[in-house]
Design a binder for this molecule. Structure first.
Ligand SMILES: [Zn+2]
Length: 177
């Protein structure tokens, strides 16, 4: 069983720079993955990148449904994202949110299918093909490992609105009742 670790919030440098590739598939990695699953479930997320718990390594976990409502769960180490070519790409304009910008959502068009190639925690190759929410999740988590948040993909004005609303909500958290 993993340990629940605090989720890092927007503004922390670990979220805003690229993560390093994993080089050792050892017990330390297995422990990290266990902590990531525990932290994701505690925060009620459908995906989590390692830098969201402060570890700058290219690892993400996910547990979410595809476009047909089928559940998918797993870990990808050193992921490489593949999207359909521009001519074949269909966009899904759904809302997106992030555990590192809690409480906020904004519409963000993403490719409606995506493939990630990488490795599992034992170093075996894995391929994850996703549609619907899973496709969005694979793109969102790979972005995290590249040092990008979904809000970085929003129009500047919308990004500012989301951040202002988030800042406002953190003040409210601290207000005495
Ligand atoms: Zn996120």
């Amino acid at each position: 069983m993993g340990e629940v670790r605090p989720i890092v919030r927007v503004g922390d440098p670990v979220l805003h720079r690229p993560c390093e590739p994993v080089t050792g598939f050892d017990g330390e990695l297995a422990a990290l993955v266990a902590d990531m699953f525990a932290s994701m479930y505690a925060a009620e997320g459908v995906g989590l990148a390692a830098n969201q718990i402060g570890v700058p390594l290219r690892v993400f976990v996910y547990d979410c449904q595809d476009a047909d409502g089928r559940p998918h769960k797993g870990v990808v180490v050193n992921p490489a994202l593949e999207l359909p070519g521009l001519g074949e790409r269909r966009l899904d304009a759904g809302d997106e949110g992030c555990l590192s910008v809690p409480g906020q959502y904004a519409p963000l068009p993403r490719a409606d299918r995506a493939t990630v190639r990488g490795f599992d925690a034992e170093g075996e190759p894995v391929v994850v093909e996703g549609t619907g929410l899973l496709a969005r999740c694979l793109q969102h988590e790979t972005d995290h490992l590249d040092g990008h948040l979904y809000i970085d993909r929003l129009p500047a004005k919308r990004r500012k609105q989301v951040l202002a609303a988030y800042e406002e909500s953190t003040k409210a958290d601290k207000a005495p009742l």
